[in-house]
Design a binder for this molecule. Sequence first.
Ligand code: BEZ
Ligand code: MG
Length: 587
Amino acid sequence: MSEIREQQRLTKDERDRRVLELCEQVSEIEQRLIPTGLHVFGRASADDERADLLRMVASFDRPETGARALPQLIEEGLAFNPTSHETSPTGDAARLSEKSLQAREQVEAITREAVGRFLRDGSEAASAWLETRARVPVFESLRVFALLEKIETQLRDNQELDAFARALRGEYIEPGPGADIVQNPAILPTGRNTHAVNPYAVPSDLAYARAERIVKLLLERHRAEHGRYPAAMALVLWGLDNIKTQGEGVAQALWLLGVRPVRDGMNRVNDVEAIPLEQLGRPRIDVVMTVSGIFRDLFGATMGLLDRAVQCVAALDEPPESNYVRRNIRARMESESCPFEEAALRVFSNAAGNYGTNVNFMVMDSQWEADDTLADLFVTRKCFAYGRDAEGRALEGREARAALNGALARVEATYQNIDSFEIGITDVDHYFEYLGGVSKAVEKQSAARPAIYLSDTLSREVKVRSVEETIRLETRTKTLNPKWYEGMLKHGFRGVAEIESHVANTFGWSATADAVDEWVYTEVAETFLLDKQMLERLGQLNPHSARSLAARLLEANGRGFWRPEADVIERVRESLVALEDRLEGVA
Ligand code: BEZ
Ligand code: MG
């Protein structure tokens, strides 16, 4: 009722703005690249998947081959204003005019058509069409298509099984970089030995440049929503992500602190220097870095660099309102009479040789009663400090529970960079164990739930989203999207397990961050359990996972994450009983 009344009060401008916002959201869902099935080892991707991948590859500048982003070339050819693509940090569509939305749709459509023509008729025909249709210079589009041609050939040529057999025979497997195709097409052909990264090259210049923009959006969004910059932020840093992006997460931490990397004579990043406040134009934000065991193992030098960055900022003689790191360290030294070295610890990971937070296991096994249990588990696993002590000795993972708790107590926002098109926060349990886990720990230590943000630096439009928005988007594009789940169901047993796993991971976000709208569970129930035909399909393909899905929904209800009408719960319970009967051979 109240919503209807509110809508009647909207002025025409407000209504137009809301419609534009909705339009923006629908187009975001439509444009998102989603995996429509699992990778089958040794099998090349299908034609339509290849077309989608090539379109994404063509949407980015490729300085290494001189190919420019195709949508950008089309915008220039049609004389559209490219800045119209930027949304404001709050996702507010006020700045998005109807015209710019239409322009974007047109650019997307032309890009799609051009890639389709390239696949059907070849480079020259596609280039000629692009010149006529959007005045894209032929030499520019030919560069793009030359790259696509190479990738297309490599995608068809799948050497995975062959390389696997060679590895089993103890033969040499050529090395190649690890990333996703869109980020770095040089990973093709697949079926090679993945080589990692030189930690002294991190962050790359490109990663540092990209991080400036994302940090700006992140802080602007926080300010728009909370009226000020966060006093401190907790960041999750992962190893594989920083390999793929050459250190974007690391660079984001440096930008928040307001420092830049310094390279030595051998071009190795081995120090930082402060960016002057006048240049930075905002306060230095305090950051607590909770780092995965994989990151710790791969990026030893970088762990030291991050610690040095904090020490560098803490030592600056700047006013407290401009240097939150110094302000927070001082406050803690005074309130808890703890020494500087303790109050300045900011880089935390597992104890040497340990990995993970175990929060995912506790949630999946339903082994917790109070929220504090999850918060404490996170801290127990991650309270090992890295960096150097006052005498310059490496800490090597010294247990520092009070230091981590003290640092988390001042955190107001938590954040993680998403680096992959394929893996989102409901695809695996690691996002909620880390970002959800640290958020729960902050909630306990600071007595307030932090704002939780994720960024998506892969699409052309860099986006900062709240965890709630990210879950809505992934639910729409994956879990509840027939294209996605039908793609999964083609894999039979494993496909049902994937669907169940998405629901369980979504549940993990309720458990750690109270971040899931109730409609998500209602629609999951309606789509997979309350639809008789679907229930029968799932039951036949994989009754074990289908049963777990039903049990998870009932648990969501039992824990108060989902409170639908009683008859819905009754019907979910009936589906659970039917699946159990099937498993026991009764039905
Ligand atoms: C990592 O790359 O650091 C990572 C990967 C998977 C789970 C957790 C961390
Ligand atoms: Mg709730």
